[in-house]
Design a protein around this ligand. Structure first.
Ligand code: NAD
Length: 271
């Protein structure tokens, strides 16, 4: 018996990267998993992600391992589409016990996104993908979890949402991720009386295909070893985060709510 047998989970942004690792881990624990992504084959965009795949989608990987999954293409910025996605999951499996609101990310370059010169279009896009996408996903699952008198929600911030960059770059992303961390604390107060826990993870530098291909070579730290600023002297991998998601979605965390857990190996952000 897996710890999550009989449970239904939704993981947004699970077509590749961290979301894929969360979906696979929850399925491995016995949950039925809805893999929700803008593009269920988003892994094709990055060589390292495509290489890591053992089947042609996260859903196919879970099924090949004996688990249950459905794939739903959805833009988390579209509230109606998010509601329809959750209704489809509940229609198919009758309930929803776990939400990992992982879809999101940044856009633009740190140099062009300093706090005092933010472009309003980029600010809106990144706030929509991260903060609004999280809120829409929560709004859609909350009535079901309340009815069930229980549930576990994990939101996704970033170390960029906990402390600023040294030069004030990527401020739109940092602000959106800070908002998610704080929203999580309000949400925990709201949903706690219903037996629902809500916690936030704040990953550091995790070597997903996108980070390896785009962020590390293009950053101002490209020629320095980022791991030097990490107490554990290594960057994170997706399983480092998936283990914490396992903790936050199983009974191990039943009396934990409203917290933000950095998963950064002991990163010191300032130079
Ligand atoms: N990788 C890191 O180092 C790191 C660090 C801190 C925080 N995070 C956060 O973790 C989450 C996952 O990061 P990742 O590195 O795996 O990212 P990624 O870009 O590799 O994967 C994100 C996935 O989300 C999907 N997605 C993007 N926008 C969407 C939308 N509007 N609707 C539905 N799906 C959408 C993409 O198609 C993709 O499959 C993000 O919220 C990111 O901000 C990552």
């Amino acid at each position: 018996m897996g710890k999550l047998n009989g449970k239904v989970a939704i993981v947004t942004g699970a077509g590749r990267g961290l979301g894929r690792a969360y979906a696979r881990r929850l399925a491995g624990l016995g949950a039925k998993v809805a893999v929700a992504d803008l593009n269920l084959k988003s892994y094709e965009e990055f060589e390292a992600e495509a290489k890591a795949m053992t089947a042609d989608s996260t859903v196919a990987e879970i099924e090949a391992a004996g688990g249950s999954a459905i794939g739903i293409e959805v833009d988390v910025c579209d509230e109606r589409a998010v509601n329809a996605m959750v209704e489809r999951v509940v229609g198919e499996w009758g309930r929803v016990d776990i939400l990992v609101a992982n879809a999101g990310g940044g856009r633009g370059r740190p140099l062009d996104t300093k706090a005092s010169t933010l472009d309003s279009g980029l600010l809106q896009l990144v706030t929509a993908m991260n903060l609004f996408g999280t809120v829409y996903s929560v709004n859609a699952v909350a009535p079901h979890m309340k009815r069930q008198k229980g549930g576990k929600i994990v939101t996704v911030s970033s170390v960029a949402g906990l402390a600023p960059s040294v030069d004030g770059g990527y401020a739109h992303y940092g602000a959106a991720k800070a908002a998610i961390a704080h929203y999580t604390k309000y949400l925990a107060q709201d949903l706690g009386p219903h037996g629902i826990t809500v916690n936030c993870i704040a990953p550091g530098t995790i070597t997903t295909g996108r980070i390896v291909a785009m962020v590390m070579p293009g950053s101002k730290d490209a020629n320095t070893n980022r791991a030097d600023r990490v107490a554990l002297r290594r960057l994170g991998d997706v399983e480092d985060c998936a283990k914490v998601v396992e903790f936050l979605t199983t009974d191990l965390s039943d009396y934990v709510t409203g917290v933000v857990i950095p998963i950064d190996g002991g990163l010191v952000r300032s130079a």
